[in-house]
Design a protein around this ligand. Structure first.
Ligand SMILES: [Zn+2]
Length: 60
């Protein structure tokens, strides 16, 4: 299965955990949960900050 970034559609994806991926282009982590894409920005301290679903068009 080829994983694409849900934000930029890029293929520069690294796997960082079980079903958890990182886009080297956007510097975002994301995972897929039953067809729902969850996107996280990575804070300077390394913690993850949840962002709204891309499909909702509401990026905080
Ligand atoms: Zn990306």
């Amino acid at each position: 299965m080829t994983v694409k970034c849900p934000v930029c559609r890029g293929l520069q994806i690294g796997k960082v955990g079980t079903d958890q991926y990182y886009c080297w282009n956007c510097f975002l982590e994301f995972n897929f949960n039953q067809g729902h894409t969850n996107i996280f920005s990575v804070a300077e301290d390394g913690s993850l900050v949840a962002m709204e679903d891309a499909a909702a068009g509401q990026i905080l």
